[in-house]
Design a binder for this molecule. Sequence first.
Ligand SMILES: Cc1cc2nc3c(=O)[nH]c(=O)nc-3n(C[C@H](O)[C@H](O)[C@H](O)COP(=O)(O)OP(=O)(O)OC[C@H]3O[C@@H](n4cnc5c(N)ncnc54)[C@H](O)[C@@H]3O)c2cc1C
Ligand code: SF4
Length: 501
Amino acid sequence: MPDPNGFLRYDRRLPARRPVPVRISDWREVYPPAGEELIREQATRCMDCGIPFCHDGCPLGNRIPDWNDLVRTGNWDAAVDSLHATNNFPEFTGRLCPAPCEAACVLGLGGQQPVTIKQVEVEIADAAVARDGLRPRPASVSTGRSVAVVGSGPAGLAAAQQLARAGHTVTVYERDDAIGGLLRYGIPDFKLEKQHIDKRLAQLTAEGVRFRTGVEVGVDVTAEQLRAEHDAVLLACGALQGRDTPETPGRALRGVHQAMAHLVAANRVVAAAGDGKPAPATLPDGTPIDAAGKHVVIIGGGDTAADCLGVAHRQGAAGVHQLDLYPEPPAERDAARDPWPTWPWVLRNYPAHEEGGERVFAVAVQEFVDDGTGQVRAVRIAEVTVEKVDGRRIVTALTGSEREIPADLVLLAIGFEGTEEQPLLAQFGVTRNGRGAIDSGPDWQATDGVFVAGDMHRGASLIVWAIAEGRAAAAAIHTYLGGVGDLPAPVDPARQPLAAR
Ligand SMILES: Cc1cc2nc3c(=O)[nH]c(=O)nc-3n(C[C@H](O)[C@H](O)[C@H](O)COP(=O)(O)OP(=O)(O)OC[C@H]3O[C@@H](n4cnc5c(N)ncnc54)[C@H](O)[C@@H]3O)c2cc1C
Ligand code: SF4
């Protein structure tokens, strides 16, 4: 029986982050392990409210009160099993999820701080590794059916694991030289050290999943070949088409880049150093892209922008400005706008923000300013107001508010416009919708025998949604292949986050 008064006895506490001067001198994760005493105390704050809204907040339907109580009582093996029953990769979500479950925690109703659900999750996930090193669970019987998964991000990997465990032969095709999707070369090591991906890959390999890296489907192998070799295909190619701003004067200057160009180059440097092969940060064509000694301007206010900020600090930037189009959000939930248990619009301070840099809200870039040689030397910004008229965003610059910010390196982190236009789409006979995503029917099929999941289906989203969609698409493929019994399907293709309207 959970402790109904735990939240009255203990305040919400997270482990202390590593000190800023120490952590910006390396690429290791910001958070050290919490330790058993702290995490059991924090799990005790879950009061087993009876109707746990955290379940609905979590797209995976993680059984949060169950594993909170198992941790509270020190029953770690059962907690590991309970968590893995709904989540293939809790070591990813426990580190990276923004935790919509915590926004929906019933403690929030009474003005209390929510349970540290995500922290409990990551501690359980790490306990699983420490206990049995992620023991493989291969299928006992093969179905003789074969599935191709295109794309090795969390959606593709979750689907691959579910299908392999159900007895299907699964091959994952990935155009990059390493498996993991955005987890590998998008998200920096200070948020997710890559050893966590490698440990899962060892488990998937032992469960029979085959990986083919450096293979771009649509170019190196055709859709026709894939259809001929496999009984079903899952497309999980992500939503990697970066939004740009071609109309802004000076966009073509040297030093103005997409954020992903910066992040991928930096991640490759860290990976190469780990392999004992130090290399400079460059674009694929060899052009250097490094923040060392530079005035950096990051345009955008989300995860990608915060990741660029943390990378710029670690590379030794001379200074960093982060520009946001929107006004500074409130520190607390505005219950009239975003009532509990929905996800609130509040100021989100990432660890990278406490490492330095200046955030500037309610501004828009008017021009990237040339130093006379074709290299950017500043951005000219104006204060702006933003309104929505008939669903369209209208940005109005305030007269006389313009000023320049020095910039040697400008990074565009202004969002994604859906999945990339690439040969694979036409070959499979699918087209991007108005949001750049690929639609599916209620059974996740985009076209006959071809399924779609993750960001490619939903648009740029979150890891937890990618895993949930990968699991659900795997369940649909299992049914399509005539598999025995049902696999878990936490979401349907139309499912949206909790919303008040
Ligand atoms: C910088 C950044 C930081 C983020 N931080 C967070 C975070 O902290 N928390 C969070 O929850 N979410 C975060 N996200 C979002 C999260 O990473 C994505 O929602 C998630 O990775 C989507 O998973 P996916 O499997 O659908 O696609 P992806 O992870 O994008 O993987 C798609 C894969 O498909 C491959 N591919 C594409 N086309 C082909 C082809 N033709 N042949 C073979 N392979 C192909 C790509 O190379 C890629 O590896 C972040 C996103 C970015 C960009
Ligand atoms: S995956 Fe995200 S939403 Fe689900 S329990 Fe973990 S932190 Fe919460």
